[in-house]
Ligand binder design. Structure first.
Ligand code: NAD
Length: 296
C-alpha cells in the first residue's frame, strides 16, 4: 500500500489559523498584540526570501512585525547594541536574527545577546537547557514542527524507537531531546546518528520513526528502512537537474519513491517539514506574548 503523505502545508495552515485565533483572543482579553522583529544582515537572496515570508506570515495572523535590514559590513558591536535595544522594546515579544550571519559576526555571541524571554527561535542556551530539562520555554521551530506533524497525523512517538540522523543544534539535538522527554507527544526511545556513526543502516533498520536531518541528498535508501516505518524528511538539498528550468531541484535526505513504497507514512520535500518552521515561529511568538503577561 502506498505511504500516507504527511502534508506539512496543510498542518502549517491549521496551526496558523489557531495562532490567528489565539492572537485575537489575547488582544480582546489583554489588549496585547504579539510582535516579532526580524533582523536581516546582508543581502543573501535565500535569507531575504525567508525574511519576507516570515513578515508576511506575521501579518496574515494579525501579529505586529517589523524587519530591520542591515548592510553586510555591519560590525558585530553594532548588531549587539541593536539586539540590546530590541530586548527592551515592549512592542516586540520575539526577536529573530536571520542566520547565517556575515563572517565578522559571531552567531554564538548574537544568540547569547538575545533575551531568553524573546528567543522565539529557541536557540539560546537557556531555551536549550529548559528543553533538556523537559520544561521547554521555546522549542526551536523545526523540531517543534516535526513533533506536531507526528502528533497530528496520529503517530504518537511514545514507546517508539525514533532514529534521528543528524546532531546539529537547530534540528538533531533538539528533536532528540524533545522526543525523549517523559511528556505527552514524546516518551520515545531515541537514537542519534551522525557522521561518526558506523553502519548507519543497522540503526535506521530498527527505527519505527526516522527523522532524517543530515543534509545529504537521498542518503536514506529503501534497504535501510523496515516496512511500516514513518519518515520525517527534514533535508533540503539542491541537486543538478537539467530538465528543470532553474537547472536544479530540491530533494530531501530520503530516496523518496522507493522508501515511500515501504513506509507507512512520509513527508514530501518540499511541502513536509519546511512549511512547519514558520508556523511554529508564529506559535512561539504568541507564546512569548502570553508569557509577557504572565501566561503560558
Ligand atoms: P547540519 O549540516 O548543521 O547538520 C547535519 C548533521 O547531519 C551533522 O550533525 C552530521 O553529523 C550529520 N550527518 C551528515 N551526513 C550524515 C550521514 N550520511 N549520516 C548520518 N548523519 C550525517 O544541518 P542542519 O542544519 O541540521 O540541517 C539538516 C538538513 O535539514 C539540511 O538539508 C537543511 O537544509 C535542512 N533543514 C530544513 C529545515 C526546514 O525544513 N525548515 C530547517 C533546518 C534545516
Amino acid at each position: 500500500m502506498a505511504a500516507k503523505i504527511i502534508d506539512g502545508a496543510k498542518v502549517a495552515q491549521d496551526i496558523r489559523a489557531e495562532v490567528a485565533r489565539g492572537i485575537k483572543e489575547l488582544q480582546d482579553r489583554k489588549n496585547v498584540t504579539p510582535g516579532l522583529v526580524v533582523v536581516l544582515v546582508g543581502d543573501d537572496p535565500a535569507s531575504a526570501t525567508y525574511v519576507r515570508s516570515k513578515g508576511r506570515a506575521c501579518q496574515e495572523v494579525g501579529a505586529f512585525t517589523e524587519t530591520i535590514k542591515l548592510p553586510k559590513e555591519t560590525p558585530e558591536a553594532e548588531l549587539l547594541s541593536i539586539i540590546e535595544r530590541l530586548n527592551h522594546d515592549p512592542r516586540f515579544h520575539g526577536i529573530l536574527v536571520q542566520l547565517p550571519l556575515p563572517k565578522q559576526i559571531s552567531e554564538r555571541k548574537v544568540t547569547l545577546a538575545l533575551s531568553p524571554e524573546k528567543d522565539v527561535d529557541g536557540l539560546h542556551p537557556m531555551s536549550m537547557g529548559h528543553l533538556m530539562e523537559g520544561e521547554p520555554s521555546f522549542v526551536p521551530c523545526t523540531p517543534g514542527g516535526i513533533q506536531q506533524l507526528l502528533i497530528r497525523y496520529g503517530y504518537d512517538p511514545a514507546g517508539k524507537h525514533v532514529v534521528v540522523c543528524g546532531r546539529s543544534n537547530i534540528v538533531g539535538k533538539p528533536i532528540a531531546n524533545l522526543l525523549m522527554q517523559k511528556r505527552a507527544g514524546a516518551n520515545a526511545t531515541v537514537t542519534v546518528c551522525h557522521t561518526g556513526t558506523k553502519d548507519l543502516a543497522s540503526f535506521t533498520r530498527q527505527a519505527d520513526i526516522i527523522i532524517a536531518a543530515a543534509g545529504s541528498p537521498r542518503a536514506i535508501k529503501a534497504d535501510m528502512v523496515k516496512p511500516g516505518v514513518v519518515i520525517i524528511d527534514v533535508g533540503i538539498n539542491r541537486v543538478d537537474d537539467p530538465t528543470d528550468k532553474r537547472g536544479y531541484r530540491i530533494v530531501g535526505d530520503v530516496d523518496y519513491e522507493p522508501v515511500a513504497a515501504k513506509a507507512e507514512a512520509i513527508t514530501p520535500v518540499p511541502g513536509g517539514v519546511g512549511p512547519m518552521t514558520i508556523a511554529m515561529l508564529l506559535s512561539n511568538t504568541l507564546r512569548a506574548a502570553k508569557r509577557s503577561v504572565g501566561e503560558a
